[in-house]
Design a binder for this molecule. Structure first.
Ligand code: UDP
Length: 239
């Protein structure tokens, strides 16, 4: 890896909604393609990329439970949704000539590989993209937890959390025009100010293992490249 880059190995977390574009449900093929090309840029720079994709564009256990479904079953559906997004992303990457391995925390023989830590590390070293799908494999968790868990396991330098806004604000920037964008935050600032970065289980896992989190706007073209080149994009949360 080139020492001039900020990061050697990253864990990129994309929400399912990021793939949805302006549609209300599902996957926008143009958005998917654009994200695949952004990941390709990183691979061409020699950056190792692990990817966790959410499933909120398809199903969320919590929402299904509110409509009457058993929560565990709803979460199973949510995890399978992340797998569908993973299949779509692997396909988009392959079409753009990026060799990718799709791993699932829930075995799905014949469709993708089962998560294997040692194999994932080995593939990352070979410059392959590894997509970690089906979240943690357990209900009552989120893909943010999966991103932090896998990020720690693969010894990623950072979790890059792509969102629809520029980073972490003092208030909701959509409803409050005076909301201030933070450039850096300490883990304790986030907890003290009760800032919404990710759910607490995911956040404390990152904090306890000193895994830095960077929240950034995934809709800015070329943003991943900028981050890796050391541009002060988004909000960095660390000790
Ligand atoms: N999920 C789960 N366990 C996990 C990760 C995800 O049960 O470890 C389920 C949960 O129902 C969740 C859904 O999968 O709502 C989709 O994941 P998430 O909400 O994190 O997706 P995102 O908001 O990032 O699109």
């Amino acid at each position: 890896t080139n020492p001039k880059f900020n990061y050697r190995r990253i864990l990129l977390k994309l929400s399912g909604e990021a793939l949805m574009g302006d549609e209300g449900f599902g996957i926008d093929p143009h958005v998917l393609d654009r994200m695949a090309l952004e990941v390709k840029d990183l691979i061409e720079m020699g950056i190792q990329v692990g990817l966790v994709i959410g499933g909120g564009n398809l199903f969320r256990g919590e929402k299904l439970a509110k409509a009457g479904m058993n929560r565990v079953v709803g979460d199973h559906m949510g995890m399978l949704a992340t797998l569908m997004n993973g299949l779509a992303m692997r396909d988009a990457l392959a079409r753009n000539h990026v060799t990718t391995r799709l791993m699932s925390a829930i075995p799905l023989n014949g469709v993708c590989d089962t998560y294997n830590w040692a194999e994932a590390i080995s593939l990352l070293r070979q410059g392959r993209v590894v997509i970690f799908s089906a979240g943690t494999g357990n209900p009552f968790f989120t893909t943010d937890s999966a991103a932090c868990l896998r990020g720690i396991e693969i010894e990623a330098d950072v979790v890059l959390k792509g969102t629809k806004v520029d980073g972490v604000y003092s208030a909701d920037p959509v409803t409050n025009p005076d909301a201030e964008l933070f450039h850096t935050l300490d883990y304790s600032d986030v907890l003290d100010k009760e800032l919404r970065v990710m759910d607490l289980a995911a956040f404390t896992l990152a904090r306890d293992h000193s895994l830095p989190i960077r929240v950034f706007n995934m809709n800015k073209p070329g943003v991943l490249k900028q981050i890796v080149m050391g541009e002060p994009e988004g909000t960095l949360i660390c000790h």
